[in-house]
Each structure stands twice: as C-alpha cells, then as structure tokens.
Write a protein that binds this ligand. Structure first.
Ligand code: MN
Length: 393
C-alpha cells in the first residue's frame, strides 16, 4: 500500500478525477481515473471487476447518475487513504485508449460567433449570416461515430470531390483546405426510451462528462457537398477526442449563465440549470498557440442540446457523444477554426515562422483546456492531439 500526494493546485487533483481507459504492456484496456500524473486502476481500487475491468466506460456510465455520484465519493475516500500498489501506474508508462464506445454522434453549431462567421464565408450574398432557424433551435447534423479516435491518432488527409468557384466541373483529389474545429464534446451516460423525451431540466442527470473534440473538416469537400442536406464526407473521415472524460460532477465551479437568448426559446428548451460552462480552450498549431476560444460564449447549453436531440422521441443511448460546434469568441484570436482565423485563407497566419492558411502534411494540432473549480482551483481536460499524414491517393 502507498499514500499518493498530489498538490491541490494540480489540474488533475481531487477536484477533477476524470475517467479514461488505459493499458500496459501486460494488461488489456481497463478503466482508470487520473489523479495527478498517476493512472489509478478502478477495478483494483474499488474491487469491482464487473464494472471497471473493461475496455470502455460504457458499463459504468449505464449504471446511472446516483452510481456516478457514489463512485466519485468512493474514489475520493480511497485516494485520501492508502492505495494498493498494483492500482497505481505512472501516466508516462501507460497507453491511453478511446474511453467510450461511441454509440451515435451528433455535431451541433452552438456558437453564434462561429455560425455568423461561417455564414459570411459560405453564403456571402445572404442578407443575414445566421439562417432564420438558428436562434430557435440548436442546429446540428448526425456525424460518423466510427471515425472518432483518441488523441495521438494520426489523421490521413482525406480525398473527395470539390468544385472551386473557378472550376468548370467538379474534380477529385486530396483536400486542399483541411481545417480543424475546436469543440467540446458531451458524453451521454444514460439515454431515454424511444418515444420519450429528456426534458431540459433532466438533461444533466443523463450527461456523464466532457471531452475536448477536434472536428477535422475538409472545407473544399464540405462546400461542394453540403447543400441541401448538410455536412457529410467533409467531416466524417476523423474526429479526435481527449482521452480523459471530465465528469459533469467536477464542473460545478465552472457554471455560468449562457448569453441572453433572444427570442425566448420554446418551452421545451427552457428551464433546468443555467448551464453554460466557463471552459478556456487553447489551440496550438505546430507548437504555437494560435487561438484561445472561450466556451462561456456558447449560445445553447448542453442541456438544451440534449433536450433538443430527444424532443422528437429519438432514443439517446449510453455512449452517445454530441459536440458543441466550433467554439469561437467575438475576437479574432478566439476563433476555433482556421477558416475563420485566416478568413477563408485570405489572411494567412504565421505559425512557428511559416505562413499558414489550411493544414499542411506533417502539421500537428493540439487542443487543450482548463476550467475553474471550487476553492479557486482549476481543472484540466488534457489534450486532443493529431498530426496530418499525406493523402493515400
Ligand atoms: Mn463541427
């Protein structure tokens, strides 16, 4: 047995305790909690092999909100006393895996600043950059769950059709406008029966936790394909998430009001917790920070997004992930996508001494974030990292 000591000000102190899935050279993937720079095996710590000696968090998440509260308390108690040596691994010595077996994936579009910027770039002739529905419902589309990968996974440049304004006919080839979207992803712990709804007041009891989410986007493929049914292959080739799922229970100190919603949302989108989140994101491109998107600016709350997802009776499921949409603030240096940061490629940025508009082969992007925690502390989300490999075409 041993006693672990992690300073209070550590981003992964007792106030955080995010969940993930790890393996070592001798073990299959198992559920763990991160404490400081230790990875703690939960099956060993809590003596529950059925729940935690598994390759994803899904079994645990399906046990529901009361159980998430009880387990978090049990972990906190256990870490304050002596911990079995065989439960403790050094972060640097383990492999981290995709923490969730992703069921369905939906991507929203909840930043007014991002939606307005993209409206101006994609539809310059429209009188208003926001579509008429945007302030009435959280706009979203169904994405591809199978290409959600864990931080550190290389991203192959996608190929597809595109038709630039100068092209007479569409052409096929590797994307020349490969981009990122810095987002926050929400993991659904428990769902609803088909035909029922999750009300905005109950939504947070269904939300297990939060990950960082990079929605890699091929803007040239997207621009040609997206009318009238929305994004498809321009997005579905890959999305990167952080390996640690920060529990909603750890984010009580990060609560903020959403911006004023005007017009007033419909009844089914009202009520419940005032539940914006004060998360500070950071986008690093080849080692240089190029943007600091503020999540507190997001127009729609996660509870509203989940309520909207199920208002038609569609069943959400354990392991569903929905992402917020690109997080962009009002200032240029707060834009969470390179198409906005470089204004469609017209205003290159200098990245580590080189001019960039969209991603080149070999480029690396890292999303990271922190949020306030009670007692003046901060908590970390880890990172979502990816490097672009050349096209295979
Ligand atoms: Mn997106």
């Amino acid at each position: 047995m041993r006693t672990l000591s992690v300073p209070d000000e550590h981003l992964f102190g007792l106030h955080n305790l995010p969940y993930g899935v790890y393996s070592t050279a001798d073990s299959a993937p198992r559920v763990a909690v991160r404490y400081g720079d230790h990875v703690i095996d939960l099956a060993v710590l809590l003596g529950d092999e059925d729940t935690f000696a598994r390759g994803s968090l899904n079994t645990f998440m399906a046990q529901g909100h009361d159980r998430w509260v009880a387990v978090r308390e049990a972990i906190t108690r256990a870490l304050r006393s002596e911990v079995p040596d065989e439960a403790v691994h050094a972060l640097a010595e383990v492999t981290l895996h995709l923490p969730v077996e992703v069921a369905d994936y939906v991507d929203f579009y909840a930043s007014e600043h991002h939606a307005s910027n993209l409206g101006r770039l994609f539809r310059p002739d429209n009188p208003s950059p926001l579509m008429p529905n945007w302030k009435h419902l959280p706009v979203g589309y169904h994405g591809r769950a199978s290409s959600i990968v864990v931080s550190g996974t290389d991203i192959v440049r996608p190929s597809g059709q595109r038709k630039g304004p100068q092209d007479e006919a569409p052409v096929f080839g590797p994307s020349t406008r490969l981009d990122i979207e810095a987002e926050v992803g929400f993991v659904v712990g428990t769902g609803n029966t088909m035909g029922d709804q999750i009300g905005v007041g109950q939504a947070e009891e269904h939300l297990f936790g939060v990950v960082l989410f990079n929605d890699w986007s091929a803007r040239d493929i997207q621009a040609w394909e997206y009318v009238p049914l929305g994004p498809n292959l321009g997005k579905s080739f890959a999305s990167t998430i952080s390996p640690w799922v920060v529990p909603m229970l750890a984010l009580e100190g990060a609560r903020v009001d959403t911006p004023t919603q005007d017009p007033r949302p419909m009844e089914y989108l009202r009520g419940g917790p005032s539940a914006g989140l004060d998360i500070d994101l950071e986008v690093s491109w080849n080692g240089q920070v190029v943007s600091r998107p503020p999540y507190r600016e997001m127009y729609w709350s996660p509870a509203q997004m989940l309520a909207h997802l199920t208002v038609n009776g569609a069943p959400a499921r354990t392991g569903d992930v929905f992402a917020s949409g690109t997080v962009s603030g009002p200032a240029k240096e707060q834009r969470g996508a390179f198409i906005e940061l470089t204004w469609g490629g017209a205003e290159p940025v200098t990245v580590a001494g080189e001019e960039r508009t969209f991603l080149q082969d070999g480029d690396e992007v890292v999303l990271s974030a922190t949020a306030p925690a009670p007692g003046g502390k901060r908590l970390g989300f880890g990172e979502a990292r990816g490097t672009i490999l050349p096209s295979r075409d």
